[in-house]
Design a protein. Structure first.
Length: 250
């Protein structure tokens, strides 16, 4: 009996999945760039307001971010203003428009990320603390079936595999400083959310601390559990569930 059709189907599935993972990587990277640009421009805008002339500073001080951006975007040249005030008005108007443009682009890209995640691994979004951006990072690191051979390999890739740090008669482990730091950051974001909002996670950490573990050690164990849990969710996808048409890559 020939199994060539199965091998061809598996290769096709892996290629298609790898392509979509690449789409998620590019989209996530672009979204992060837009968010970074908006954040940097917002910091610069606040700094310009602090050093602006008194009349302009009093006009803008204390406004919430939304109203501040709207007000700065509508700043115009005033004939009675001094040269330094005219320069500040121009800079503030430019920065406000840059923030709004970068934020709009980031929102648009995040919508594409949500669509990608819902297409590739919708079950990730059902996990507490896993949003579209974190889910996209998990997909990028996992990439496709067969790239990461086991739960232990995924945990090591995420930098959460236990590293022996024993000394003398003390037996202990520490967090790894290697691996994919973006994936590690995604797991850390999930842990931060669950520590504050998930009752099961709160009970788990409390139980581990009662057993003599430190909070850092309990967090390490929790990250290791999350890495294995999320790897199982990603790895157990059936090939039939991957859509045939790739509408995210032209």
């Amino acid at each position: 009996m020939s199994y060539g059709w199965l091998a061809r189907r598996t290769r096709f599935t892996r290629t298609r999945t790898r392509t979509r993972a690449s789409s998620a990587r590019i989209t996530s990277s672009s979204s992060a760039t837009c968010e970074s640009a908006a954040s940097g421009a917002a910091s610069t805008l606040r700094s310009v307001i602090v050093t602006a002339p008194d009349r302009l500073r009093e006009e803008l001080r204390g406004l919430p971010l939304g109203r501040l951006l709207e007000r700065c975007r509508r700043l115009r040249r005033v004939r009675t203003a001094r040269p330094d005030e005219l320069a500040n008005r121009l800079v503030l108007r430019t920065l406000a428009r840059r923030i709004e443009a970068a934020s709009a682009e980031a929102d648009q890209l995040e919508g594409e990320i949500v669509a990608l995640v819902r297409t590739l691994a919708p079950q990730l979004l059902d996990e507490p603390g896993v949003g579209p951006i974190v889910a996209a990072q998990l997909l990028v690191a996992w990439s496709h079936p067969g790239r990461v051979r086991s739960e232990a390999a995924f945990a090591r890739l995420a930098g959460v595999a236990p590293v022996p740090a024993s000394s003398g008669q003390t037996t202990r482990h520490r967090l790894s400083r290697g691996g994919d730091r973006q994936l590690n950051r995604a797991l850390h974001t999930i842990v931060l959310h669950r520590r504050h909002h998930d009752p099961a996670t709160k009970d788990y950490i409390a139980r581990r601390i009662a057993e003599g573990k430190t909070r850092r050690e309990a967090t390490r164990l929790l990250k290791l559990y999350l890495a294995r849990r999320l790897y199982q969710l990603l790895q157990n996808q059936e090939p039939e569930r991957w859509p045939r048409r790739d509408r995210y890559v032209s």
